[in-house]
Design a protein around this ligand. Structure first.
Ligand code: SF4
Ligand code: SF4
Length: 104
């Protein structure tokens, strides 16, 4: 009964803060650039190699730092603190975030 309580916090300055936790990562859109891995403060993400059959040989990616031969995965999503740093740096909008209910 009533509204479900969600996980919330507060900034040092006293402003309400609602963590937006990662709930999905699109392996299809991901170009394996590793930006999210570099900024994530937790142990959430792991990059893995694509199976050779999935590699796009006609890749038109213009950034030499990016590699379509790999993609990021949510290897430990339960460690996410919902900071959204990953989405701020992701060039392909791979992440889905949600506020989540308090654990019961
Ligand atoms: S929201 Fe923050 S903690 Fe969670 S995966 Fe993204 S960067 Fe890591
Ligand atoms: S920043 Fe985005 S495109 Fe780059 S590895 Fe992470 S999820 Fe993939």
């Amino acid at each position: 009964m009533g509204a479900e309580s969600i996980i919330t916090g507060i900034t040092r300055g006293g402003t309400a803060w609602t963590p937006q936790f990662v709930t999905a990562l699109s392996e299809q859109k991901c170009i394996g650039c590793g930006r999210c891995f570099k900024v994530c403060p937790r142990d959430v993400l792991t990059i893995v190699q694509r199976a050779i059959d999935d590699v796009d040989l006609d890749d038109d990616d213009e950034d030499d730092d990016d590699s379509d031969n790999s993609f990021m995965t949510l290897s430990n999503p339960m460690d996410c603190i919902g900071c959204e740093a990953c989405s701020r740096v992701c060039p392909k909008a791979c992440f889905t975030h949600q506020a989540l209910p308090l654990a019961v």
